[in-house]
Design a protein around this ligand. Structure first.
Ligand code: ASP
Length: 342
């Protein structure tokens, strides 16, 4: 078992990676754009914060646990991390100062559950799982989602941290809604604005367990300073997440409106069904987004990651700077640089 963190440049077959992340010893290894894990199980997830989330998921997978349990446990890590201002507790609020959370989960049987605009609950992914398991519905929103969560025994917490409140108050001075590309990835963040003023980014996680079954989860506080009531792609089955246990799974991060318009994650899975590799499927889905609105695409980030039934995985993004984390028996702390259009 390796515990060292490795950084892999996925864009080239040979040569050194330029990808350096903070607080890490980088070991550069060269691989192809598509990756095949040597054995099941495997878990992949979006962004640098996927590393810690994958480690929690791995505890389940490594004990022959179910992929569904792994993804729920995994994404609860960034949900509970106040330093992560784009997911869960400490997430940046909407323009009215309210932290509203979106999350969904999907299993190997095609069961799925989802919550949107959920306030005051630390783990929206676990509420989404309860929606899946305890109700005849797929999605609950706003007050109804909160009511259901409380009925299920979840406790109310204050999600707005003083840091996020400070950032919101600073944003209010201009009140300009303008998502910043790759705000989660500090190595690539183009903005030097105080307090992560325009932060967004989501954890999407896909796991293949030792039984060969797939599940996925996706959770976010959405676009910072969004209109109150705005729902992104992350809790929308087919947009932010999709799993088909015969084929594979996909999940998205970035400007949710573009992912919804193109039913992104479902598209990636359908492309894999038609023979695309995970990386090529992600690329084709990104190209659809770019083709429809080329001018808009220059200024936004959208990224997909995908994992197929064989344990092969890949990603593609509009902008450079996307990273995703991979964890399997070989290495629990891989961070990969995603290929991109720009
Ligand atoms: N997809 C999320 C949303 O639109 C945000 C993100 O992943 O950056 O709410």
């Amino acid at each position: 078992m390796y515990t060292r963190r490795k950084f892999i440049n996925t864009s080239v077959l040979t040569g050194a990676s330029l990808f350096i992340a903070a607080n890490s010893v980088a070991e550069v290894i060269s691989v192809k754009s598509d990756h095949s894990s040597e054995s099941k199980p495997v878990v992949i997830s979006t962004w640098d914060f996927g590393i810690a989330a994958n480690m929690a998921a791995w505890e389940v997978l490594n004990n022959n646990g179910r992929a569904l349990d792994a993804v729920e446990k995994g994404v609860r890590v960034p949900e509970a991390d106040p330093k992560n201002q784009s997911v869960g507790f400490g997430g940046l609020p909407d323009r009215d100062g309210k932290v509203t959370l979106d999350a969904c989960i999907m299993d190997e049987f095609g069961n799925c559950g989802s919550v949107a605009g959920l306030e005051q609950i630390l783990h929206p992914v676990s509420v989404a799982r309860k929606v899946m398991e305890k109700t005849p519905h797929v999605m609950l929103v706003g007050d109804g989602a909160l009511q259901f969560a409380l009925e299920q025994g979840f406790k109310k917490v204050k999600l707005l941290t003083s840091e996020s409140e400070k950032a919101w108050k600073a944003w209010l001075k201009k009140a300009e809604y303008k998502p910043i590309i790759n705000s989660e990835n500090k190595s690539f963040r183009p903005d030097k604005l105080p307090g992560n003023q325009y932060n967004h980014d989501t954890i999407g996680m896909l796991a293949l367990d030792s039984f060969g079954n797939l599940s996925g989860a996706c959770t976010t506080s959405g676009m910072a300073y969004k209109m109150h009531g705005r729902v992104g792609d992350s809790p929308i089955i087919g947009a932010g997440l999709y799993i088909d246990n015969e084929i594979g799974g996909a999940t998205a991060t970035g400007v949710g409106e573009e992912v919804i318009r193109n039913v992104g994650s479902f598209l990636v899975v359908e492309l894999m069904r038609n023979g695309y590799s995970p990386a090529d499927a992600c690329k084709e889905a990104v190209m659809r987004i770019i083709k429809k609105k080329p001018e808009n695409a220059k200024h936004i980030q959208v990224s997909f990651i995908a994992l197929n039934k064989k344990g092969e995985y890949g990603s593609y993004a509009i902008q450079k700077g996307f990273s995703f984390a991979v964890c399997n028996a070989e290495n629990q702390e891989l961070l990969l640089k995603g290929n991109s259009y720009y």
